[in-house]
Design a protein around this ligand. Sequence first.
Ligand SMILES: [Fe+2]
Length: 414
Amino acid sequence: MICVQQDSLFSSPLSAKNEKRNMEAIANGLILLMLSVGHAELWIMLINRTHALKIPDARLKRLRHVLELLMVLFPIVLFASVGLYHPGVLAGGKWSQLPFWWQPILLLCALGFLGLMFSGVRHLFYRPPRQQTAGESELIHLRERLNQDLIGEGPYHYLAGLPFNEIFSVEFTRKTFQLPRLPERWEGLTILHLSDFHYSGTLKREYFIELCRIAQATKPDLIIFAGDLIDRMECLDWLEETLGPMQAPLGRFFILGNHDWHQESLQIRQALRESGWIDLTAKPVRLQHEGHTLFMAGTEAPWMGELQEVKLSEGNAADDFLLLVSHTPDNFHWAEREGYDLVLSGHTHGGQVRVPPVGPIFAPSLHGTRYTSGTFARGSTLLHVSRGVSGIHPLRWFCRPEISLLTLRSADKK
Ligand SMILES: [Fe+2]
């Protein structure tokens, strides 16, 4: 009993000191980890923005590889240098002894981490604007439905088979938008919003045939395809059995996307036109419907054409309803300034891979992950961003492919 008392008298301060040092080392390790994450986020922000610009794919790929290498190397250098060497915060060193040249670097990393947290909070608290008065969705498990293997031999096909990949579970979302400038006689008008099919042979043709068949069965009034049809030109003849046979009383309209720009875009455009789809970028369309005008324009800027070319012309009457199809949601703010009522976009794929609880990380947009998918309002303009169906990388985690049927309402009813 006496011995025990002597032990505790002499060893307690020492073990308490050790325990304190261990706790400090764990806390500093977490700080270094957060700084590493913040550092990666800084480069991801750069990747997201550069992928929103008109830059050739090969150059983007090179830049991405360099930045990915930096993302891996930086934590190693940080832990070895700051953590173990000088000041060695994992081994009893003090942050106050940090060399001055590390300070601005780590400050930037801390800002990167805060930026990531901000994106996460924004994602967690995202709610559709009040103009979206209803929304529901139905899951379509294409693999089970067709009872066949839908993975082809295209690029990155090995990703399609990864566990928990949701690429074969398409979400058919139905959303109702209340738009005050919609003519009353158009009450209940439906638009099928399709985007980002990315035909490459990685997902088999049957996947898209079935998806188009399901979408067509809803009998929409109008069909819009918002770009990124093809990643491999060999798949161009898939059109005949997929988008080709689709019909809608008010027509089928398309624009192309940046991935089509990387391919033979003239050929893709021509094939779509020949299958009866109307190119919204050739010139804006004025559609007469129930005594009112639907003005429709399309933009593939910044990859093809200029935004200025789709400026509203003098010919529009004050009560015309204005619809813009823009591959990237980055043109949303411009569309709002131009007075468009509704903008339909794709391109960002919802981020494709979402990390709970932070949400999407990669999104090729000047706004980062702000408009990766969903409905957004600015002034009297409403934007709907589809998550699209596929991508050159056939991988979806916590981010299902999406096709959407949008119902437009003019009055305050559900
Ligand atoms: Fe895309």
